[in-house]
Write a protein that binds this ligand. Structure first.
Ligand code: ZN
Length: 279
């Protein structure tokens, strides 16, 4: 059963971040070149100091979130959390390296849309297994979007649906996961429901909901999580975070990155909240 009030903390959410820290934290700390920041350097030095004395570093506790938490703040990191409260830094960030996943018998990326290399690799692997298991050929509808493109997209949604509806249908520029190159919108055209909620009921959509985690993807905007994410259900929008995270995420029935990292719900943009308090 899914929790009808998902923001209410269950032990799973309290222990989720220490779990991930315990599972991969120290390993990642030691690869501090990947995620260099002052906090990482300090923790890595502490770990080295313990090891130099042949002591086992202490088991991470809640207060040790500093390390993984700091990795969610930077646009170029796999764990970055982007939502209506958390804009990208810098706001017009663009990934240094982007690649187009090659089209194949299992994947149609004929528009040559771009993703980070790790995301593209995971997508290719997922599409291959999905196709071989008979669940259809994946089509890439949307992938990396530039800041400038997101500005135009949000303006066009506002013109089409009005501001209130645009706010839950698309992200303001600088607040879209697509700008990180870690998000991809997919469909299987011959099963219908492309970029529609009924995609979740198709054979392909169900397979993705059950299996995407095996390749490091989460469905970022699940059913009934709008009060946390600020977006309606999007069974087609996959966010790459890597399998180390998705294993813990899926095993614990977590539905949003906000819950996983213990972040506040981000249903509305901060400026919307300010406006409503002024009223
Ligand atoms: Zn999307």
């Amino acid at each position: 059963m899914r929790n009808p009030t998902p923001l209410k903390r269950s032990p799973i959410f309290i222990f989720g971040p220490p779990l991930i820290l315990g599972t991969l934290g120290l390993g990642l700390v030691l690869q501090s070149g990947m995620f260099a920041s002052p906090e990482h350097t300090i923790i890595a030095q502490q770990v080295e100091a313990f090891q130099a004395q042949n002591l086992t570093p202490p088991t991470p506790e809640m207060t040790d979130y500093l390390y993984p938490r700091s990795t969610i703040d930077f646009a170029n990191q796999q764990y970055v959390v982007v939502n209506k409260h958390r804009e990208l830094h810098p706001i017009d960030y663009a990934p240094a390296i982007l690649v187009a996943a090659p089209s194949s018998e299992s994947l149609d990326n004929s528009r040559e849309l771009l993703l980070t290399p790790a995301t593209a690799t995971a997508l290719v692997e997922m599409a291959k297994d999905m196709y071989e298991q008979g669940y259809g050929k994946l089509f890439v509808n949307s992938a990396y979007r530039t800041y400038e493109y997101q500005v135009e997209l949000f303006e066009s949604k506002t013109g089409q649906y009005g501001l209130a509806e645009a706010l839950i249908r698309s992200a303001k520029a600088g607040h879209s996961e697509h700008q990180t190159g870690l998000a991809v919108d997919v469909s299987v055209p011959d099963q219908g429901c492309a970029i529609m909620q009924c995609f979740g009921d198709t054979k392909a959509g169900q397979w993705i909901a059950d299996n995407a985690w095996r390749y490091g993807f989460i469905i970022r905007y699940e059913k009934d999580t709008t009060v946390i994410t600020g977006y309606t259900y999007e069974p087609w929008h996959l966010r790459y975070v890597g399998i180390e995270l998705t294993e813990i995420y899926s095993q614990n029935g977590i539905q949003t990155l906000e819950e996983f990292w213990g972040l506040p719900a981000a249903e509305f943009y901060l400026e919307e909240m300010t406006e409503s308090t002024i009223d």
